[in-house]
Design a protein around this ligand. Sequence first.
Ligand SMILES: Cc1ncc(COP(=O)(O)O)c(C=O)c1O
Length: 399
Amino acid sequence: MSLRATIKPFEKKIFLSSPTMHDKEQQYIQEAFDTNWLSTVGKNIDEAEKLVAEKTGRRYAVALTTGTAALHLAARLSGVTEGTKVFCSDMTFIATVNPIVYLGGVPILIDAEPTTWNMDPAALEEAFERYPDVKHVMLVNLFGTPCRFDELRAICDRHGAVIIEDAAESFGASYKGRSTGTLGDIGVVSFNGNKIITGTSGGMLLTDDEEMARKARKYSTQSRDNAPWYQHSEPGYNYRMSNLIAGVIRGQMEYLEEHIARKKAIYERYQEGLKGLPIQMNPYDTANSEPNFWLSCMTVDPEAMCEQRRTDSEASYVYETGKSCPTEILEALLSINTEGRPLWKPMHMQPLFANCDFVTVSGGTGEDLFNRGLCLPSDIKMTEEQQERIIQAIRRCFD
Ligand SMILES: Cc1ncc(COP(=O)(O)O)c(C=O)c1O
């Protein structure tokens, strides 16, 4: 338990990132009811796909049930199959890597680097030294921050490897003026409930390749052949988006820029309000990228970390004046009825991937970030006054 002075808790919980609805979403849902397109076909799906393709600059956006489904199809369409080795971002949510496992592929986990928290180009280079035959790379833009894409692309090009870009968290972000989700050979975005905009669930696969888009649509609807009866030559899935979900996404698309602006303001207020503390906000390449600021995160500087103990299922810390740690800060946030979260626990630390190879050149940047980092409440409905109280609660952890 923290010995620091406490702050009065909020009556209504402040979430990490919860859905923020406006007026258009229900209108498009109502349209679907009125026209009885209550299925996986309908105008909302067509329009949502068109809007996302236009926004990102990709020729095709294929609407699917989830971002995970989109990653599954993207991996299959890029040729991942039984035994295929795939270099994957290590510092991510497990949905980036699970689709490789569904296909019987072998994830090889690549460490993060400290300037964007994404895949380390030097570690990727090292991975190709060890596994020169690998032809697939799955990389993520973590917490809405674009990776060091050009460096990663140059390495992949030298080795003839395709890139699947998991832009689930970074929809609306850009790198050198290009939308994330269009940087890789195939891109994926997610519209689950906590994302920058949401359909309550949902995801899309982004591609410029007409044949790939056609196949993604086919696979997502049980791979029906072009025949007058139900005929199937390949396995498929029931992955197509519902016209109701698409209505919510269609409505939310009109507010994407507003959501990003509000998330950015939250990030900047934390940056300002936490000044002087021995902490760093999640960094990004200010010259080349514009994140969507989906989640504001921070790390405690190494010399300001009190002792933090984590077992497989429990966390504790030892109180120390002038020092703190993610466990104490998360406890302080919880005590005022706000939701924070540890950073994603790197994949090589997950029991599921204990047997996977892990490539690092730094000795474990992702693990270090996980030990010292946390996600801060980043809900766009949070008021400035509420955020100020959260900032004060964090500051007191370092008293
Ligand atoms: C990095 C990352 N990849 C993939 C996904 C999967 O998206 P979905 O929840 O839509 O399946 C998520 C979010 O949940 C994510 O954060």
